[in-house]
Design a protein around this ligand. Sequence first.
Ligand code: AMP
Ligand code: MN
Ligand code: MN
Length: 331
Amino acid sequence: MIRGLANKKLDTAKKYLLEAGSVYIGCHILPDGDAVGSLLGLGRALRSLGKACTLACADPIPFKFDFLPGVQDIVANPPTAEEVIVTVDSSDVERLGALYDEAIFHSRPVINIDHHVTNTAFGTVNLVQFLPSTAEIVYALIKRLGALLDKDTAAALLTGLVTDTRCFRTGNVTTKQLRTAIAFMKAGASLAEITELVFNRKPVSTICLWGQSLANAQTRGRIIWTEISRDMMRKCGATPNDGNGLVSHLASTLGVDVAIVFRETDDGRVDASMRAGPGWDISGVAFKLGGGGHPKAAGCTIAGDMHTVRDLVLSEIEAVLQDQKAACHDQ
Ligand code: AMP
Ligand code: MN
Ligand code: MN
């Protein structure tokens, strides 16, 4: 956690970054707005200080972020000659996918900037704070660096804040996030443009996939789930990104405590994306199952067929709900 150590850790990160001639910044696989926004925002700020920056993501960037300047320059390769490595919004090195190269990561400073409770503190410096978005930690670092917050940097960071808070609707939003959003808007970022492009528009492939998935949604007690097979994705012309947002939609069902979307991956595994309602914490069960996340938004990817993984995850979630209900009554 940054709290208490905040300034010291920020200063250590600042020292590494200011001394480096070149910086490599990588974000997690299947990138969301916080990953892309933090990547672009930090990259622009460091470039304004004269640093050469490589920005990387192992997976393609969803087209809805195309409006952010610099998206086209993001590469998919691991670091090579850059002097310092920064990771954003990645709770562990597996989440970096093909960007992670053990030998390279162990040969130079790694600055781990993240907001997940399940972060494994894999960096030389760990700027890990349980804020609603990584973009806010990037903003704190940018201020500490004395770097420029121009319109495009602010738009990238506001995209991160807006996506991870689902437009300031998540339970962890306080006046702090609203004040940070005001700072980004004062720097020229358009909240209306970001919400329109990131939230209000969906391609036909998404509508097709959500339609089929919602039609097959099932409940067991206070858990709701649905499954996305590779066949469904093929029929809808969908990519894994088309499934983003579906789990939050399912979680809006009345009387539901946990929502899960199971999706078959191309490499024969099953990805479980999970959301929990107020009072529950599913980060621990996701971590136990080899994944990670936040108390109310977590996920894991498990080897096996759909039936086996679904039954395993459902029984683990049922157990967690029982335990937490019992703990709640004990208090
Ligand atoms: P998602 O459901 O994909 O929106 O992810 C919700 C949260 O869980 C995000 O903060 C992710 O970083 C985390 N998460 C999702 N899938 C995984 C996974 N396979 N491994 C680790 N963390 C994950
Ligand atoms: Mn995030
Ligand atoms: Mn993310």
